[in-house]
Design a binder for this molecule. Sequence first.
Ligand code: 5GP
Ligand code: ZN
Length: 112
Amino acid sequence: MAEDCIFCKIIKGEIPSPRVYEDDKMIVINDVAPAAPVHMLLLPKNHTANVTTADPELVAYMLSKVQMLAEKAGIADKGFRVVINTGMDGGQTVNHLHIHVLGGKALGWPPC
Ligand code: 5GP
Ligand code: ZN
């Protein structure tokens, strides 16, 4: 756990945030400022800064849960977007790896 990391505080329960899903490796919460009708964040329980610092097996594990989560949220049939913002130019604002899953409407492209 990293001090002053908002996602570590959510994982520890110091900041309340309802969990859409939880297992031994990760939690899933809804984004506080959703960019789409469904906007989930997949957070590994162990702090790591981003996708470049994470164990690739952990990233693969998290991605393996996306379809199940999309089905649970009712967005699997029409499709959804999986995003991992990385670093400053990538738009990463919280330096604890997180995978965005967005859906529930037709999403624009490109994102910027
Ligand atoms: P990033 O821009 O780093 O890829 O995404 C960080 C995301 O975390 C943003 O979409 C932001 O709305 C979300 N976020 C930041 N603080 C909180 C929080 O305290 N609770 C929740 N549920 N989401 C948060
Ligand atoms: Zn953290």
